[in-house]
Design a protein around this ligand. Sequence first.
Ligand code: ATP
Length: 352
Amino acid sequence: MTLLDVRDLTVSYRSGGREVPAVRGVDLSLAPGDTLGLAGESGSGKSTMALALLRLLPATARISGQVLFQGEDLLTAKWSKLRAVRWAGASVVFQGAMSALNPVRTIGDQLTEPILLHEKVDERTARQRAARLLEDVGLPARRLSSYPHEFSGGQRQRIMIAMALACRPDLVIADEPTTALDVMVQAQILQLLTDLVRERGIAVVMISHDLSVLAQTCDRLAVMYAGRMVELGASTEVFADPKHPYTSALARAFPTIGDAASRRAPAGLPGDPPTPSSVGEGCAFAPRCAHAVDACRSTATELWPAGPGRLSACIRVLPDLAPAGTADRTGTTGSAPATSGSGAAAMEGGAS
Ligand SMILES: Nc1ncnc2c1ncn2[C@@H]1O[C@H](COP(=O)(O)OP(=O)(O)OP(=O)(O)O)[C@@H](O)[C@H]1O
């Protein structure tokens, strides 16, 4: 069964009289309980994609495609349906808990609110649930009466996780949930989130620019570049044996899982990401890619099969298109371009 099926999701923003493309024709699919990491540099479209899933984008955004959640397209659903899905079906852990929490209301009030809104329970039951949730994220229940400023950054992010789990959703979208935190605290919070969703069988889309963190916490990895998906596959395989040069570069930028020193000073990627409007049909990574050849700039990119359960948008996975001697590193045998939706199919396959 599919929980989430994203088809040809495309998002642009109206800005200064122009359309700025942010997400370009992304397909992906999640089964219940799946954990998917979404990686990419700043500006690659990760947050836009996450927010688009629940139609949380600003009014300047134009969205097309389909976001089928439990079979219903959220992009065309009525507001009443959307309200019912948010929190109870799918919830979001945003970056920066301080701005997401209301500073003048107690944590208890903020935790009970979604429960009261979405479930037919009385105030006392909601309060008991909130207390349990707080304990689940490692905070004492007595802190329900405290205000957001009375917590540390890490504790506030724990509270955001408790809120996201409050209505027992089937999907949690975590958008850089630990960005502003100290490295050691980051690791603890991610571990906590991962443990809680796995215990409860909740599916997760975890967003980060740090490929090693995602490889450690999620079963599958999707890599985005300039609004497009460029690689998909099982986390351990994608991290250990990337099929796209951009993924290799990201893996090198954040080399070792749990290595605090490297995380503080990542090696960085050569060059800058393209501006959204400068991206054409060919490979957007070509200007920064050491392996780029003319065909990279002229061939329309798609996600091609790149081994069992793997997809890559690098033409070097196509033996018949790749220049001599460049296709062998991927070890792929397939050469047929994936048709629309095959990204989703491969993600499904990888979920078994
Ligand atoms: N509200 C907005 N108005 C106009 N353009 C936007 C808006 N939000 C994002 N963009 C543009 O859309 C593109 C994708 O941005 P997005 O924030 O989704 O990327 P990201 O990968 O999540 O980056 P980050 O890690 O920095 O959050 C970028 O070019 C960004 O400048």
